[in-house]
Design a protein around this ligand. Structure first.
Ligand code: BYC
Length: 307
């Protein structure tokens, strides 16, 4: 009866809220996805944080600082949404440190030049938006509401990245080469953000049934590629895929095969920066312990003062 009522709520587009009954598998699936999403936002601060002190102007530095700070905020909304499912923030962070919880493969690639800040904003945030706009309609209320706020900020991030790329592409030949090189390195990892092909994605079946995901990995990837090709053309850069071609029958771009061995290598912890990213997170977490303790003491004092 409970299960039937739950599925009816889903089928009739009613949001599931924290106090509603839900199957244990639905709760677990959400904790996995939302926590991995939160970890991605926070780990994602590292590749860009790397360039804050080397931004080429005060304007660029201010924008990048604000963007990286926004990512911390996104992590916060998502950890909070995840906590409504009955798991603590400490446990979630522990799962990340124990490598039981994943984060997006894209953040395991190094950021070698300033143009990489452009490529990340344009492509990585661009891919994230496609995924997150779809997740605004996810069935779990707190996750869906977090997505609405996050998407507003991500659009600004995507624009700032595209602006960097556009400026560099019309700059000196060296700057244009740098922009093209960043696109060459970030293109394939960006389209890998959408996950394995649908036929290889074990989680998609339940995710679609429960409307946690509203579109499949392949649908979202196709939508991202279709939107991005024209943007590259406008700024005179070339997407590094010789098989990329408009298909008039499908009304979509056809594209080349991804290197799935590279994808699974990075997902399973063996990408160029996996070890470094995790070690940095652990160090920052340890060094921040006194801040968390102080904040908790302060909160306790405030609470006893108001009681
Ligand atoms: N990287 O059955 P599948 C951002 C894992 S950050 C790593 O298709 P699912 C930003 C997958 O977790 C944006 N792992 O799974 C921040 C699963 O393993 P587990 C991050 C991946 O969940 C700073 C296994 O492979 N966005 O915006 O149906 C600066 C099988 O996959 C990846 C989100 O997290 C990957 N790329 O679909 C700039 C969005 N792909 O968990 C930007 C929310 C797959 O069974 N998440 N795996 O051990 C999702 O939409 C879905 O979880 C995914 C995967 C599409 C990522």
């Amino acid at each position: 009866m409970k299960e039937e009522h739950f599925q009816k709520q889903i089928d009739t587009e009613q949001k599931i809220e924290p106090k509603d009954w839900m199957p244990e598998q639905y709760r677990k699936h959400l904790i996995r996805q939302i926590s991995q999403h939160a970890h991605s936002e926070v780990i994602g601060m590292q590749p860009e944080g790397n360039w804050i002190t080397r931004a080429p102007s005060l304007r660029a530095k201010m924008i990048l600082l604000a963007k990286v700070q926004d990512e911390a905020g996104h992590g916060l909304y998502l950890y909070s949404a995840c906590e409504t499912l009955g798991i603590s923030r400490e446990k979630l962070v522990q799962q990340l440190h124990d490598e039981k919880a994943k984060y997006s493969s894209i953040f395991n690639y190094p950021t070698l030049t300033w143009a990489d800040m452009g490529a990340i904003g344009w492509l990585v945030d661009g891919a994230a938006i496609i995924n997150q706009v779809s997740l605004q309609r996810t069935s779990y209320g707190p996750y869906s509401r977090a997505m609405i706020k996050i998407c507003k900020e991500e659009s600004f991030h995507q624009r700032q990245g595209y602006e960097i790329m556009a400026e560099m592409a019309k700059g000196t030949p060296e700057q244009k080469t740098m922009a093209q090189d960043a696109l060459n390195r970030f293109w394939w990892p960006s389209i890998m953000m959408f996950g394995p092909q649908d036929s290889e994605s074990p989680r998609t079946g339940n995710a679609m049934k429960w409307k946690i995901k509203r579109q499949t990995n392949d649908e979202l990837r196709q939508s991202f590629i279709d939107k991005t090709v024209g943007q590259a053309e406008i700024i005179g850069l070339k997407i590094p895929d010789p098989d990329l071609k408009w298909n008039e029958e499908r009304k979509h771009y056809d594209f080349g095969e991804m290197d799935w061995e590279e994808f699974w290598n990075v997902v399973n912890g063996n990408g160029p920066c996996n070890k470094q990213r995790l070690a940095h997170h652990k160090k920052a977490h340890d060094e921040g312990e006194w801040v968390r303790n102080a904040a908790q003491e302060y909160a306790k004092k405030q609470e006893s003062a108001t009681n």
